[in-house]
Design a protein around this ligand. Structure first.
Ligand SMILES: [Zn+2]
Length: 319
């Protein structure tokens, strides 16, 4: 079946904190492809401009996917839902974006409980009218298809996302906020794809520098620095990895010697390393003002892409 959107996102969303140790070494699939720059983002990082946007709130509805007999290895509970709502709002509210729990329910299906892709779950839910029209619909299977390493999946400007219960669905999980960031127009901090041509985004943040390309490479955002995918720092996407470069994170501190393609070393603070749209084991969680502005401009101005997003808006805007 042909998909209407070309903007797929594989999001390996992080099983932060205690469950990190359970994480298998990830082999990233070349599952993300973006073939154009579909955005209305101005490139602004100005907090005053961000504050000028009307605050906005969205409904979100959770669907626990149990086995066919109604049981699950780890059933979704109200505490799970309440916890992830807190995680979501803690990171979005400072930027004027709010999420309201529309409700939660369950679907019983063996195939979807632990052996399907996000797309299979989404198609089944759509075909069986298990979609709440005025909400983002978050599907929560116990696990995804064997070999699918992602903790969460979605696509840009979508109204559906999937989060695996097995690891990702708990308070302080970044997985659900991360997927919602994608829905609202954000790429990964290390670049658009799962591998990411991370060294093509130059370190310089001086717009007058002829090497400045922060708005046209990486995630296209000025205030997220050039940075690696810490879960796969040896991959440089289509660019061969320099032999002596590596990167890791210890207690949110970047340790490494990765440079951009011009040889300029990456400079990363714990705030940078903790960005929700990165892949890192750091438990910090933040969006930058630039990311928030890109989301607000997607919500309010991207008329070619914001239909699904606006359908999920609550009827009463929160001021
Ligand atoms: Zn992602």
């Amino acid at each position: 079946m042909k998909r209407q959107t070309l903007y797929f996102i594989l999001s390996f969303c992080l099983p932060w904190l205690n469950s990190f140790a359970q994480l298998p070494r990830i082999k990233f699939q070349k599952a993300e492809s973006y073939n154009s720059y579909e955005s209305v983002y101005t490139g602004s990082v100005n907090p005053d401009y961000l504050a000028s946007f009307e605050p906005i709130s969205f409904n979100i509805y959770f669907w626990g996917i149990n086995r066919g007999d109604g049981t699950s290895e780890k059933p979704m509970t109200y505490n799970d839902v309440e916890g992830v709502m807190r995680s979501i709002n803690e990171v979005f509210n400072p930027h004027g974006i709010y999420f309201v729990l529309k409700g939660y329910s369950y679907v019983n299906n063996d195939a979807l409980n632990s052996g399907a892709t996000h797309w299979q779950i989404r198609d089944y839910m759509q075909q069986n009218k298990h979609i709440v029209s005025d909400a983002f619909n978050c599907f929560v299977p116990y696990d995804f298809k064997e070999g699918a390493s992602a903790n969460g999946w979605t696509e840009l400007f979508s109204k559906t996302l999937s989060i695996r219960m097995k690891w990702a669905f708990n308070y302080k999980s970044k997985s659900t906020p991360h997927e919602l960031g994608h829905i609202l127009g954000l790429y990964h901090t290390f670049g658009k794809s799962g591998n990411g041509d991370i060294i093509k985004e130059h370190v310089t943040r001086n717009p007058d520098d002829p090497n400045y390309n922060a708005l046209t490479e990486g995630d296209y955002i000025h205030d997220t620095p050039a940075m690696p995918n810490f879960f796969n720092p040896k991959s440089f996407g289509t660019v061969p990895k320099p032999p002596n470069q590596d990167a890791s994170v210890v207690d949110c501190i970047y340790i490494g010697n990765i440079t951009d393609e011009q040889g300029t070393p990456f400079v990363l603070t714990p705030y940078d390393v903790g960005n929700i749209m990165g892949y890192t084991p750091c438990k910090n969680a933040n969006f930058t003002p630039g990311q928030a502005i890109r989301m607000m401009e997607t919500i309010y101005f991207n008329e070619a892409k914001n239909k699904n997003i606006l359908e999920a808006k609550t009827k009463t805007l929160k001021k």
